[in-house]
Design a protein around this ligand. Structure first.
Ligand code: TRP
Length: 337
């Protein structure tokens, strides 16, 4: 048996909105880097999904290029993983059509992300939003994925993908699709990277992020502005959330000795947040600089990006066409000629 056969399959989609920040990098991307050699990985840019928000053609195109360049810059290896653009594999929209016939209005309307969108953007509650989980399920099961590395916010969608997969299997009396399971490294949750605004995690939309493409001067400015407090007044005092967050960031990017030094400073009430932030900024810059340089190189290399996209599309379509052939056969969509 070839090595490829025994590897489990992993699928993950990335929306082409916003740039990658440290949260994405230490959360998702680094686990992608580890997975790409041990699993049969499909990583794709979910450009069709992003149409629910009606981007302009120019913005959509720029977003796709940027995300592709950023993932490659982080070290996703197009020879190891299949990295592709969703719309290059039209088979997925065909499977989505079939799955839609057995996706019920009630369950789609009850989806948390749909309810949230319907509430926050009442003048754009389109059918694509309603059936977003169906398209996502098609993305996953078209490659017969075993694992999907997603964050907490996607767990319900993944559960729906399992429901749709099982429903199809049951309906056509054939175990075609494995149940896609959430993937966590070493059984642990993904690292959560806090934002710089005192509370919560780093997010694309919350404006509290540090981006991989950012230049060092901007990173220094952002880190120096991070929320802290007036400083500890008692030895070994419990850290308030904004300060705890800075330490968490430091644990992620800095050397253990550096963290220990500032922990001691804090515990003995001698900490100078300015010094800590300066160090933190430099350690962040050390992580982002090589990635940033590669992003700048890659984003203008249309030839290379095109080559990667074509290679990914070919590999992904091969797998998608194979599954769709089985799906059509099971459904009874057989050619009369
Ligand atoms: N919904 C995912 C997100 O917003 C993106 C996505 C689309 C996805 N299709 C997928 C993720 C399939 C995993 C698998 O992040």
């Amino acid at each position: 048996m070839s090595e490829k056969k025994i590897k489990k399959t992993v699928v993950s989609g990335i929306r082409p909105t916003g740039n990658l920040h440290l949260g994405n990098y230490f959360g998702a991307v680094r686990s992608f880097l580890k997975m790409q050699h041990d699993f049969n990985c499909y990583f794709f840019i979910a450009d069709i999904h992003s149409l629910t928000t009606h981007p302009t053609p120019a913005n959509l195109q720029a977003g796709v290029r940027q995300v592709l360049a950023e993932y490659l810059a982080c070290g996703i290896d197009p020879e190891a993983a299949t990295i592709f653009i969703q719309s290059d594999v039209p088979e997925v929209t065909e499977l989505y059509t079939y799955l839609n016939m057995n996706a019920y209005l009630g369950e789609l309307e009850r989806t948390t992300s749909f309810k949230e969108k319907a509430r926050t953007q009442p003048d754009n509650v389109n059918a694509g939003l309603l059936t977003y989980p169906v398209l996502m399920a098609a993305d996953i099961i078209i490659h017969k994925a075993n694992y999907v590395p997603v964050g907490k916010d996607q767990e319900q969608h993944l559960e729906m993908a399992r429901t749709f997969a099982n429903r199809f299997n049951r309906m056509y009396h054939h175990k075609l699709f494995p149940a896609p399971k959430p993937f966590t490294f070493d059984g642990k949750d993904m690292i959560k990277v806090p934002g710089l605004d005192g509370s919560g995690k780093m997010g694309k939309s919350s404006g509290n992020g540090i981006y991989l493409y950012e230049d060092p001067a901007d990173i220094r400015k952002k880190v120096m502005r991070a929320v802290t407090d007036a400083g500890p007044t008692e030895m070994n005092q419990v850290k308030p959330e904004p300060v705890e967050n800075l330490f968490t960031l430091m644990k992620i990017v800095s050397a253990p000795e550096t963290v220990e030094y500032f922990e001691n400073q804090y515990n003995s009430c001698q900490i100078r947040y300015g010094d800590m932030k300066k160090q933190l900024a430099e350690d962040i810059i050390a992580v982002t600089t090589p990635i940033r340089e590669r992003i700048l190189e890659l984003v203008n290399d249309s030839e290379y990006l095109g080559k990667v996209a074509r290679m990914g599309a070919e590999k992904a379509r091969e797998s998608a066409v194979r599954t769709l052939t089985e799906v059509r056969e099971l459904i009874g969509l057989r050619k009369l000629y």
